[in-house]
Design a binder for this molecule. Structure first.
Ligand code: AMP
Length: 419
């Protein structure tokens, strides 16, 4: 028996309905905020991710699916969406009209340890806004994310927020971190020791308990902020407060990717049975330039769709699944029933054509397919001016079967299916 690859899932049934509902809601709301869709390839040259996300991040150092293609080029299955979108903006010369607002959704791949809400193939829904640096832009983006969550019935989410400052801030802070972590070097994990030399801020992102304990005592970035970054972040917090956003400062939030600067945030679930992050993002000042584009700032975030699926309210799903069965009594009525089926489809009514087997088999199948109404077409119905209609789930014998004038059949079905 073949099984899907570990950490990768088949999506079918209600999972696909949930996926579609989340994407539809998000894209509708994104459009309202001025975003247009982009689809980039799932595979990019490895350099696209390595250069932007950073060598010392877990994503690049441990989690990427990287392989040489038959021509010997090193390619990588995308572990996140932003880098590919930035590469596309430069390749396709899209940054001529700024601000540029793009949204996407699709598969991402990370060789991570599979568990609830964590997979090796998962889906993200992301938004990127380029060339519009202002605290207002940051807060509008965060409010849009919250509107998306609320629209799929997710309310138990808190925004954790931090600033990573400008490049002067990060350079001063990095020096302070080197000084601090050097004093604790012998207790750091091997990964963190390496990061101390290469990228000390990444130590703050370590998931190892002993590292985390040391991190609790580390200097705070807020003490190293440049005047401009401090003012910028204060305004962001002030606007979040005014917008009624449920947020909390988290001075150790550095995000798992290197390209962030200034505002960084994560959406953390407060739901009883799932308390991990459902999404995150932040501002990036150098990213487009890294790909050879213009020196403009951007901000973006991504939700993990599987995590939204875990938390969403299923009553938000498209209810238009009620359907009717068209059942000819014998083969003689097949053609007329087939015609009836087509008129139902033309009227946008969900329908199944059930014409094989005995009458009892056909009724059983209609039941199994969750048809709520069956239109029965026998000799009487073909020759007379009425159709026989059965309500499949009705237990009252007097109400179960009705006859309907042929001319009224479509409006009768519409009325009874509520469509
Ligand atoms: P990140 O940029 O790494 O914080 O990822 C953004 C969001 O993607 C996270 O908040 C999760 O919702 C989702 N995500 C990241 N990695 C995974 C994974 N391995 N499986 C499922 N969802 C993930």
């Amino acid at each position: 028996m073949f099984r899907p690859v570990r950490g990768m899932k088949d999506l079918y049934g209600i999972s696909v309905d949930k996926y579609a509902c989340i994407v539809n809601v998000a894209m509708r709301i994104g459009k309202k905020y001025g975003y247009s869709k982009i689809k980039t390839p799932i595979v990019e040259y490895t350099d696209v991710f390595q250069r932007s996300i950073g060598d010392e991040t877990d994503v690049v150092s441990k989690e990427m699916y990287t392989f040489d293609d038959k021509g010997g080029e090193s390619l990588t299955l995308r572990p996140e969406g932003t880098a590919g979108v930035m590469r596309a903006i430069v390749s396709e010369n899209l940054a001529q009209n700024l601000p540029l607002k793009l949204m996407y959704h699709g598969e991402m791949f990370r060789y991570d340890r599979p568990q609830k809400g964590r997979y090796r193939q998962f889906h993200q829904l992301g938004f990127e806004c380029i060339g519009d640096k202002s605290p207002y832009t940051d807060v509008i983006l965060i409010c849009m994310a919250i509107e998306i969550l609320n629209s799929i019935g997710i309310f138990d989410v808190k925004v954790l927020i931090n600033t990573l400052g400008d490049s002067k801030t990060r350079s001063d802070y990095t020096k302070a971190l080197v000084k601090f972590f050097s004093r604790h070097e012998e207790k750091l994990s091997e990964d963190s020791k390496r990061r101390l030399a290469k990228n000390p801020m990444r130590i703050l992102d370590s998931k190892i308990a002993s590292d985390r304990e040391i991190c609790q005592m580390a200097p705070l970035i807020t003490d190293y902020l440049s005047k401009e970054s401090e003012k910028y972040f204060e305004k962001v917090c002030n606007l979040l407060e005014r917008s009624g956003v449920n947020f909390e400062l988290d001075n150790f939030l550095v995000r798992g990717l290197d390209y962030y600067g200034e505002t960084a945030f994560e959406f953390k679930s407060d739901a009883k049975d799932y308390t991990d992050s459902v999404g995150g993002g932040g501002r990036y000042d150098q990213l487009l330039k890294t790909f050879g584009g213009t020196d403009v700032s951007g901000i973006g975030f991504a939700f993990g769709i599987e995590r939204l699926m875990l938390l969403m309210d299923n009553s938000r799903l498209d209810k238009n699944t009620r359907k009717v069965a068209v059942i000819p009594v014998s083969e003689q009525e097949n053609d007329v029933a087939f015609q009836m089926l087509q008129s139902l489809y033309s009227a946008d009514i969900n329908a199944e054509f059930i014409h094989i087997g005995t009458m009892s088999k056909k009724m059983k199948l209609a039941d199994k397919l969750h048809c709520e109404i069956a239109i029965i077409l026998g000799e009487n119905e073909i020759n007379g001016d009425k159709y026989t209609v059965k309500f499949m789930n009705c237990s009252d014998v007097n109400e179960k079967t009705k006859t309907v004038n042929k001319n009224d059949i479509l409006s009768f079905i519409r009325h009874n299916l509520g469509c």
